[in-house]
Design a protein around this ligand. Structure first.
Ligand code: FPP
Length: 250
């Protein structure tokens, strides 16, 4: 038996009249394998992945996606060999300088989600500048998840809420899903409607754990992130518009 998680659906969707997700999450996976297939070092895959991140981000904004969250570096990615982590940090720095200037011109608001205090102060400064300089932008909100992990995000929320309970500003009966959401990095934003993961891995990998309770997942197994095209994104959006979301109802 062959299991296929994403199969091209030949039923055409009218793209001019399609329900778009308000919030799209992307797990940008497969950079290492992309490089290996070409006999290149893994870092070259990340480089190609970073330039694709720019392309897809601009495209999402141009078609009217209001919120995009990309998984750039997880709390577990520090376990990679030092030279790969160093190369990723340099890449973040270089690409952030260039890409953020573009995004500002394109009215994109950039927000970093995750514990950014773990990064080099120079990188932190750049992240803060990028965030501050784009804070008045009214187009798409781009969340870049850096040193992000869904479990540590929930621990952060639990600690903040329990401190509130201890000091008396929060009553136990105030603890609702809305209160928990308000203590996450994504406070005030809609939950992701659609999460896309290319590369053939069928995992959530600690990405937006709380927020994805009712997200539609699309795992695309025949494409690695650096090759993920605007047409692949369109196919995922077509597929999303065919889904019947029930949120636990019938
Ligand atoms: C997963 O692929 C990808 C990463 C851990 C890094 C993602 C980072 C980028 C695409 C750069 C983004 C740049 C900015 C500025 C936000 P993998 O290395 O796990 O691939 P593999 O599973 O094939 O080994």
């Amino acid at each position: 038996m062959k299991f296929v998680l994403f199969k091209k659906n030949e039923n055409k969707v009218d793209r001019s009249n399609r329900i778009l997700p308000q919030h799209v999450g992307i797990i940008m996976d497969g950079n290492g394998r992309w490089a290996k297939k070409r006999g290149m070092p893994r870092q070259a895959g990340h480089q190609a992945g970073a330039s694709n991140f720019r392309k897809i981000t601009r495209y999402c904004n141009s078609i009217g996606i209001k919120n995009l969250t990309v998984y750039a570096f997880s709390t577990e990615n520090w376990r990679r060999p030092k030279d790969e982590v160093d190369a990723l940090m340099n890449l973040f720095y270089d690409y952030l300088v260039e890409a953020l200037a573009d995004f500002r011109e394109e009215n994109i608001r950039t927000v970093f989600i995750g514990d950014v205090t773990a990064f080099d102060p120079k990188l932190q400064k750049l992240m803060k500048e990028a965030q501050d300089l784009s804070s008045d932008k009214t187009g798409m909100r781009l969340n870049i998840a850096m040193n992000y992990g869904g479990r540590s995000e929930m621990i952060k929320a639990i600690k903040e809420i329990s401190a509130g309970v201890a000091e008396g500003s929060i009553k136990e009966s105030d603890i609702t899903p809305e209160l928990v959401s308000a203590h996450l990095y994504t406070a005030g934003q809609p939950d992701p409607d659609l999460i896309i993961r290319p590369s053939g891995e069928y995992r959530t990998s600690n990405f937006l754990l709380w927020q994805s309770a009712y997200s539609e997942y699309i795992f695309m197994d025949d494409i690695l992130w650096p090759d993920f095209s605007t047409e692949n994104l369109e196919e995922a959006l077509d597929e999303y518009s065919r889904r019947n979301r029930r949120f636990g109802g019938v």
